[in-house]
Design a protein around this ligand. Sequence first.
Ligand code: PRP
Length: 223
Amino acid sequence: MQNSTFDAQQLTIALPKGRMQHQALALLAQIGYGRDADDPSDGDASRRLIIPGAAGRVRYLLAKPGDVPIYVEYGVADLGVVGEDVLRESGRDVYEPLRLPFGHCRLVVAGWADRPPRPLRLEPNPRVATKYPNLARAYFQGRGISAEIIALSGSIELAPVVGLADLIVDLVETGNTLRAHGLVELRTIMESQACLIANRASYRLKADRISELLERLRRALMN
Ligand code: PRP
């Protein structure tokens, strides 16, 4: 349930649950926007969706990564932390004032390690499994390849292994998951890292508060 004492002038920041959540919270704590020390960290903490920030400066919404740009575009969150890959896939209209120093990965086209060495454009109507259907479609269309894009929710490497797809478009961080399934990177579609995004109206209406947070972040990132 929403905190009814929340001051509308305070900042609401949407954070992606999972890999980047702890790095984002640690960076925000470092600049004085940590969790409220009085907030009980009870056994149910991992299920909480709204976390109060220190000194009433902010509150955090914990959302699925793909939903963060939606919360920010609609203005229920003033700011958000999200990977550029997820942001581009979403196509949401938000302001992007700052890149953050975590969440580095690449969005790649990958296929079998023993695939015959031929250009992707000679691939006959490949089936491509991915969590990034919009980016994958744009990539293949942009190269004149008539790919069939199969949108999945996760464990993308399973698709070629069981014969659902010829290629995948997926994230690579260490490369371990691809290697473990006999797959290799064929092309890089984009490099990605975490970024701070802002609702366009909040950026003007809460300019002082957002500028202060951005200034602190920039100073911390320079050190
Ligand atoms: C991501 C991605 C790869 C893996 C890459 O999946 O989709 O499967 O991480 O990481 P690596 O290069 O370090 O091995 P995630 O763990 O988010 O799970 P999911 O596939 O279920 O989405």
